[in-house]
Design a protein around this ligand. Structure first.
Ligand SMILES: *Cc1c(COP(=O)(O)O)cnc(C)c1O
Length: 436
């Protein structure tokens, strides 16, 4: 069926995340309402000339009047191409390249532009496996990674030299939800880059997994490269792993070639789930999770056994003004997200850590609406204890130095009814009362 090309740009982003391109540029599936899922790892080429064009042009957008030539799934395939289009739309950027996992995407985003001798400067508190990549692996390949506390937007300047190529940011930070003033940092980077040639410019990379594009679009704050673990809020249902790097068109070619050779390609089945179920429902799921998180955070803040609650939607959040400036949804409303971090009142850090563990063991055995599990951004509320789980690669003293309380608890709020989550938390806290 011949469909007219529709100009999607006049529709709102939440609507475009349901429909995508109409029709898809990559694939003629015009009789399907839902894009069919491909299960072909290789593609019929038709002629040697088509094969030759495919091998030279696979990482570039098709020239006007030409169709996309698919060769082999590791180079690119239609389902993830459609997902890529949707993800670029979600971040209001030009291009997106998907990967097998969030870590494959973090690796590509941090490394695709490195030159010999290039150095990376990273915020001190980053996702645990990103920290491990930066400290255990990249130095073995000769890439120096420096760390500094970027909550002071000028602190990285002391580490910049002519080899600095990547500035790596994550905000809100995992797990304590500390925010980086991205706009202030970008202003400093712009000044440095004005004096550099293109190959030496500092590229800013930003892991936006905690917010999802619904709550924050760092491209608007001047960031060059945005990374997401698709496994989290963008998939949303907890069924698949994936990652994505979202940038300007000019970096797409290098990223697709990087993916081809390092091999971290997203499977079409995962891409299909994330496209059909995840991205299309983003604007439905996140507001519900966020409204729940606000109520749960208010409940926790009022509870006598809770020492402190960090949630960007609470006026007591230490960077509340910065949160209101950076975390905005598609209607430009404040979007503090669905992640909460809290600590219990103990006599000392060791005691609050023990209480945290005790509370989670209780929840693991007795709670209906809260599950002890890592990950976040799913329909179900998940709870975890970073000090002994996701951030185990930091020692207890490093954890304290990084602002991670050894007894801190991370809550990733889901779409249940808020009063049910609160009731389960309340019961778990009540049984601790006797032990304090
Ligand atoms: C989960 C996560 C990652 C890694 O994603 P995977 O899909 O598990 O590889 C990276 N950054 C952040 C902030 C995450 O939460």
């Amino acid at each position: 069926m011949k469909m007219n090309k529709i100009d999607e740009s006049k529709y709102s982003i939440p609507t475009r995340l349901i429909y995508g391109q109409s029709p898809a540029a990559q694939w003629d599936y015009s009789h399907h309402v839902i894009p069919p899922l491909t299960a072909s790892s290789t593609f019929r080429l038709g002629s040697a000339d088509r094969g030759a064009r495919g091998f030279t042009d696979f990482s570039l957008p098709p020239s006007p009047g030409q169709d996309t030539i698919y060769i082999y799934d590791r180079f690119g395939e239609p389902t993830s191409d459609m997902l890529q289009h949707a993800l670029a739309t979600a971040e209001e950027k030009e291009s997106a390249v998907t990967f097998a996992t969030g870590m494959a995407a973090v690796h590509a985003a941090a490394c695709f532009a490195l030159n010999p001798n290039s150095e990376i400067i990273s915020h001190t508190t980053v996702y645990g496996c990103t920290y491990s990549l930066f400290t255990n692996w990249l130095p073995k390949f000769g890439t120096k990674v420096h760390f500094c506390d970027m909550t002071d937007p000028k602190s990285f300047l002391a580490l910049v030299n002519e080899n600095t190529r990547v500035l790596y940011l994550e905000s809100p930070v995992n797990p304590n939800l500390e925010l980086i003033d991205t706009e202030a940092i970008i202003a400093e980077v712009k000044e440095i880059n004005a004096k550099r040639i293109e190959e030496n410019k500092i590229i800013t990379v930003f892991d936006n997994t905690f917010s999802t594009p619904f709550c924050q679009r760092p491209g608007k704050h001047g960031v060059d490269v945005i990374v997401h673990s698709l496994t989290k809020g963008l998939c949303g249902f907890g069924t698949d792993m994936g990652g994505v790097v979202i940038t300007d068109q000019k970096y797409q070619d290098a990223l697709i070639r990087f993916r081809k050779d390092f091999g971290g390609t997203l499977s079409p089945t995962a891409a299909w789930h994330i496209l059909v179920y995840g991205v299309s429902t983003l604007s439905l799921r996140i507001p519900k999770q966020q409204a729940n998180a606000q109520k749960v955070a208010e409940f926790l803040a009022s509870h006598p056994l809770v020492e402190k609650v960090r949630y960007p939607g609470l006026p007591s959040f230490p960077q509340y003004d910065l949160a209101k400036r950076l975390l905005r949804d598609y209607n430009d409303e404040f979007a503090p997200g669905f992640m909460i971090y809290f600590t219990l009142k103990g006599q000392n850090p060791e005691h609050s850590k023990a209480l945290g563990e005790q509370m989670m063991n209780y929840i693991a055995e007795r709670a209906y609406t809260i599950t002890l599990a890592v990950s976040l951004g799913q329909l179900r509320t998940l709870i975890e204890h970073p000090g002994s789980m996701t951030h185990i690669s930091y020692s207890a003293s490093q954890q304290i130095a990084l602002g991670i309380d050894p007894g801190g608890i991370r809550l990733a709020v889901g779409i249940e009814q808020a009063q049910d989550i609160i009731a389960d938390l309340n019961t778990a806290l009540e049984q601790l009362a006797g032990t304090i």
